[in-house]
Design a protein around this ligand. Structure first.
Ligand code: SF4
Length: 329
């Protein structure tokens, strides 16, 4: 059996995305409230220095079970990797990653959040959650994300209130919300250290169809401004793979983002049952993930952009993606 996770095994785990596991083995499992994976049960699996976040499904060809105090994941009765379950702090290990607003007025076709109509947390509630996370002594970063309850502007105000109140913990603060006019400077002035505005896809035609009301050029402009205000190695963007885009358009998109100083996060697409029939999704194969992540790493190598410099949100977490440097040799 291959002992610890390597890039190929992680890519295979991400390709399938889900495992069969007795939930009694999980002390806590996460139900994300933001983004395309919202509402699905998942847990974190750590093997050596690598981590992956896996969904739970009775129909998966991957089976996870306990053996001699470790978790072994098998495919077709073959043991493919061993490791352990990692506990989350809030949403992911080591971070208090809080979604302020679990609903959204936008209607990105790959995202279930607008259909889930979740909770709008009060600022007091969020501050209490972060205080509790800090009291464990394990909080290395605070990350804030948000859907949109009424307007994107109001969510910026709410994020600013949380940032101001949590600077006292002395850990890096990252924020990933919808950009609005002036939001980048105001978030920086409030004390945010890192920022993420998601392009979702760099295929212009797909973007127009899948992300109504959010022109890609406006997001790119907000990212350019973010690099000016936050500096290089403080700005990243989720880039979904598997929406029907070609490898060529992904490679072009990666180059475009890197050129403006933004680190792309290649996120495997997943179909949510609430979006069945509304969108074409093809979860990328392990080979495709490996190929595109290698391309990303090669392009990053040509610049002074450093994935390891990020302290908040998805880049240090690595749970959902095959990550350059963290996962590739
Ligand atoms: S990679 Fe990002 S979205 Fe995935 S679990 Fe980690 S912090 Fe959450």
């Amino acid at each position: 059996m291959r002992e610890l996770m390597d890039a190929k095994t992680k890519a295979r785990l991400l390709e399938i995305g889900k495992v069969r596991i007795d939930t009694a083995l999980l002390k806590n499992f996460t139900v994300p409230t933001a983004g395309p994976g919202a509402g699905n049960f998942a847990f974190f699996f750590r093997s050596g220095n690598q981590r992956v976040r896996l969904g739970i499904s009775e129909n998966s060809p991957l089976i996870a079970a306990e053996e001699n105090g470790e978790i072994i994941i098998c495919e077709n009765d073959r043991k493919i990797v061993r490791g352990r379950i990692e506990e989350e702090l809030i949403h992911c290990p080591d971070q208090a990653y809080v979604n302020l607003t679990e609903k959204c007025t936008f209607d990105c076709k790959f995202c279930p959040v607008p259909k889930l109509s979740g909770k709008v947390k009060s600022i007091e509630e969020v501050l209490h959650m972060i205080e509790k996370a800090n009291s464990t002594g394990k909080m290395k970063a605070i990350s804030i994300t948000s859907g949109v309850d009424t307007t994107a502007e109001k969510e910026v105000e709410r994020a600013i209130s949380v940032i101001r109140e949590t600077k006292k913990y002395g850990v890096p603060i990252g924020v990933g919300i919808y950009p609005t006019k002036g939001s980048t400077r105001r978030l920086k002035e409030a004390g945010a250290d890192e920022i993420k505005y998601n392009v979702e896809t760099m295929d212009r035609d797909l973007h127009e169809k899948l992300c109504p009301g959010q022109p890609l050029e406006e997001i790119l402009e907000a990212l350019r401004e973010s690099v000016e205000i936050f500096g290089k190695n403080h700005v990243c963007s989720n880039f979904i793979i598997g929406l029907g885009e070609s490898d060529e358009s992904v490679e072009k998109g990666i180059k475009e983002l890197i050129e403006i100083g933004v680190i792309p996060i290649l996120r495997p697409a997943s179909m949510h049952p609430l979006r069945e029939g509304e969108i074409f999704i093809e979860r990328p194969s392990a080979e495709r993930l490996l190929r595109l992540t290698k391309f990303l790493q090669k392009e990053l190598d040509k610049t002074d952009l450093d994935v390891g410099a990020f302290k908040t949100m998805c880049l240090p977490c690595t749970g959902c993606d095959l990550s350059p440097y963290y996962d590739l040799e």
